[in-house]
Design a protein around this ligand. Sequence first.
Ligand code: UTP
Length: 295
Amino acid sequence: MTRVRKAVLPAAGLGTRNQPAAKATPKNLLNVFDRPMIAHVVAEGRAAGIEHFVVIVGRGQGAIEDYFDHAVELEQGLAERGRAELLEILNDELLGPGQMSFVRQMAPLGLGHAVWCARDVIGDEPFAVMLPDMLMAANPGALSQAMAAHEAVGGNIVVVEPAPEGETHKYGIVALGAETPGFDGRLRAMTGMVEKPPLGTEPSNLLISGRYILQPGIFDALAQHAKGAGGEIQLTDAMVARLAHEPFHALEYEGTTYDCGDALGLLRANVAFALRHTGAGDQARAAVRDLLGAL
Ligand code: UTP
């Protein structure tokens, strides 16, 4: 089976729900406790063995490239001040030469279109898609769990999780078939996907979370540029078109997702990542208790 080496991180959306915070700072650089949200997602990808990240960017998002590059003056200044520990933290964020590409999506035509923009860099091999505004706290990471499922069954893997009670109509929901042995009922054949099904018609309570492993055939479907929900070129529609050609499995991952796509979601992610931080967790807990006590 071909190993999954590359991941596409679509970061070129307008971020309307994060405005005005994302007006002058790309949404994916908004902070989640100690680093930008996209840096947490890259760390998850590296832990899963991804060797090449393809970030889809839009106009005014050059700061994402700068984040993943050397900051020469800063590094010199820290070296002069003997701040070796901080230099090490900064260096750990960097990938090796040639391990990150940036592809411009010239207009935000939808998630499917963003993924399609990566077709030449991905080529003819399976690849991961990681939505950088969905932080998934898990051990092993969500993409590592998807990799294990992919090694077992191949094809396409869509990471899913239970929708909040009574809210299936707000999400992309999967329809499920037979269970794959050895995964505690968490890995099942996927027979369909529906965007925002009216309440009572949902085929399951499992929503599409933001991590995928896809076969390169998805680019054939995306090349149709068919517009779906909201007038956007949707990744879900392309996956539905590929269901007739290739196996798809839904993996209910073990972990907690934080959707940073609005101010409240970003707040939850910040608090959660602060509380679970190895060095600063105890102080963060005390700070949160203080704040709550003062209210
Ligand atoms: P979202 O719809 O959650 O993000 O897309 P958005 O479009 O930035 O936010 P809103 O809906 O306007 O508030 C999921 C991911 O896909 C990327 C986004 O950047 C986000 O990381 N995306 C979306 C693109 O790269 N290009 C697009 O055309 C649309």
